[in-house]
Ligand binder design. Sequence first.
Ligand code: 9MR
Ligand code: ZN
Length: 548
Amino acid sequence: MERKYFDTELSPPQTTPFGIFADQAGYLPDSVKTAFIPFRCESFDVTDMNGNVRFSGDTVCRGHDGISGDELWTADLTGFSDTGTYRIKAGGKISAAFRIGCDVYDDVLAETSKAFYYLRCGCGLDERFAGKWHHGKCHTSPAKLWENKNITLDVTGGWHDAGDYGRYVTAGACAAAHLLYAFRLFPEIFEKQRLNIPEKGCPDILSEVRYELEWLMKMQDSEGGAYHKATTFIHAPFVMPEDDRDEMFVFPVSSMATADLAAVCALASGIYYAYDSAFSEKLLKAAERAAHWLDTHPQFIGFRNPEGCNTGQYGEYDDHSNRFWAYSELYALTGETAFHEKMISSLGEDFPLTALGFAEVGGLGSLAYIICDRDKDAALAERLADEFRREAEELKKTADSCGYGVAMKSADHCWGSNMGLMKKGMIFALNDVLFGDASCRGYAERHIHYLLGANPLGISYVTGIGEFRCCHPHLRPAFADGIDECIPGMVAGGPNVQLNDPFAKKLIPKGTPPMKCYADDAASYSLNEITIYWNSPTVFVLAYLCDI
Ligand code: 9MR
Ligand code: ZN
């Protein structure tokens, strides 16, 4: 039964028709603009769509780049800033079309934000909002408690996690937190954004995140603990969500899920207060109940799939960073010294203080503390800020030694490498916004350029964006809907040297350089799946760029 849809011959993934690689959405006029040329050539032209040469320059030889395997030349078109649509030409080859303008990321931000709507569970997607990607109601039956199957629960709602139809608390809390922090740091961007979703009354992104928060609160048990996940026992075949009629189960409470739920509800409570004080109060109560559970369950309660269950596990080895994040958000929200003390004592354990999820969430706790306007332990606030600054300095070094200009090492090319790419982008964005390190902007931009086509495969990893882009993500509805055009705005997992599925092993020849271990094939879940928490850091970085 499992993935039988792909037992047939695989169609060979498309390779780019372009020979020069640039960001296919484009560049802000005053940005550094670098295109990548993986063959020897002396000079380049930038032409408009009528073929008129608008800018020319000499290339720079970068030599051999190990992580991509390319002999690399770059074209610097920073000096050209006229608004318009262009291609780069060099050595008889061309790039995909790209734009220069102040609004080049508006559409990408809108599409990657709207992606969450397309992943809604427990409702139908109406044609008025989903266009041709509308579909019927899914996963509306009550779910059975795994530990006592006589008990059923209503856990409808939330977003499908990924290419599968599971819903997982730690993953959902992390994605929601990225979007909430994006709103918090760049509110004007989201106040003017229109996503064409059903709800009104607050910025669309907040309505969308609320859809997930309402579900998260349904995942809380009577003692305040959070069930780890709501999924079927086995992943659905490649059918539309409304045709997945397998029994849904609610799996046991974990301490990571409970802490993450406390954290994101506290964060959200502060943000929604201005729009709906009753909802804000409900979030506060949920966060406090989860915090109480954490107090009465000081030991780590992890999660392991029961024998035979193949839906996502999201197991972790400890819950230290999760507890830190929870207490930090609760302190930021309430100002209660008890939360401050618990936050400080949770720092006794060693964990990364800049990690932005989904498993290690210490960076989210640091962020909450750094930006809150409560009384702070000045030395601690400084230490956390230093961690972010140090991280940015480290990442700059890596990015500067990388041919394609991103802070990605070989080992970073693992399952969901584009999440790592975007979280590095977030670190740079945060260092600019919070600590005024203006040199970080260019680094943040490079990470978006890479995601959108300035990479050794010349592909835009975001569906619907760019002339040569991911079109066949491992995403059940995108495969089952029979529509040629893929649901837009979805961020593909990206290159993965570990080739963690049988299709990846068939598709990628041995010895392929890390940045090229990718194929746009729906079969390969370890190369080409999508998830909510790969989209969410992308939304954050794009919102930062749109805010410039
Ligand atoms: O994103 C997760 C990745 O980091 C892990 O290596 C992988 C294997 O444990 O699981 C990924 O998460 C998947 C989750 O378990 C179920 N939904 C789809 C997720 C993306 O593939
Ligand atoms: Zn569903």
